[in-house]
Each structure stands twice: as structure tokens, then as C-alpha cells.
Design a protein. Sequence first.
Length: 182
Amino acid sequence: MSRIGKRPITIPAKVQVAIDGTKVVVKGPKGELSRELSHTIVIAQEGETILVTRRNETRVARQMHGLSRTLIANMVEGVSEGFQRRLELQGVGYRAQMQGTKLVLNIGYSHQVQVDAPEGINFKVENNTNIIVSGYDKEIVGNTAAKIRDFRPPEPYKGKGIRYAGEVVRRKAGKTGGKGKK
């Protein structure tokens, strides 16, 4: 039995869940999310909890059990509290700023990089070098943060670039400066 899959999901007071077979719709103060899950999973609501079980013991059903429970739990948490990812800019002259809903990055290119916020995503800039990507869909928040990071990932020699908050970049030694072989 999946350790993650058998844990019940508690529904907060402000959240409504509608289950129709394998389709789950979750509404809350932050927004509304819906997802179609695998047909090998049975989703049942008992009072203020959701239980996820599998129909049979096939390999696919066992694989989808924990995943389905986690997806539903993330939907419930997202519409009630929301998610956020923090990014840090490191490098001389690297900075971020907001222009309306667009995020504008100066990250060492000859031009500014402009990022439009997808629907349901908000950007916030602190100290010109810290970016907060927030929203109610964990998948979109993570993908948006990864796309911003891909504009200038941290390089291993000086550590310049865009990194997740708390990310450790393994540094390499540069050239030794000695004379070459003859």
C-alpha cells in the first residue's frame, strides 16, 4: 500500500470539492482548479476528508495512487493558501523590476528580458534582486520559476545567474594561470 496514497486529505472550511468519477474540481478563495485523474483510482469524499484508493493492484494503479493523492492535496492547498517560489539574481548589474504586470530582467544581455505573467501567476520584486513567483496552481508556479531561471542559470565559475532561494551552486576552480606545456 502506498504510504502517501493512504493518507486522507482534510478539506479547509473555505474550500469546496466536487468529485465526478475521476474528475475533481476544487474551489476556494484563491481560485478554482480541476483535474482529470487516472481511471485506476477511486476518489471518495467522507465529510471533511477525501480518501484516495485504487481499484486493483496492477502496476499502473500502484504508480498512480500516491501521485493522485498528492495532486489533489496540492489543489486543495493551492486554492486555500497558494504557492510561491523565490528566485535570486546574483551578478554585477543584474536586477529585476516590474512594469505593470510584466517582469523586466537586466541579466547581462544587450537587451532587457521581459516576462509576461501567465494567468493566475503574480510576480513580486524585492530589493531589485529577489523575485517571488506566486499563484494557486503549483505546477504553473514551478514551471514559470523554471522558465525565468533558464534565461540565465547560475554558472559554476563565478556563480552569476538566476538561482532558486537556498540553491547551492557547486563552484569550479578556474584556470591556474601557469605556463602551458611546450
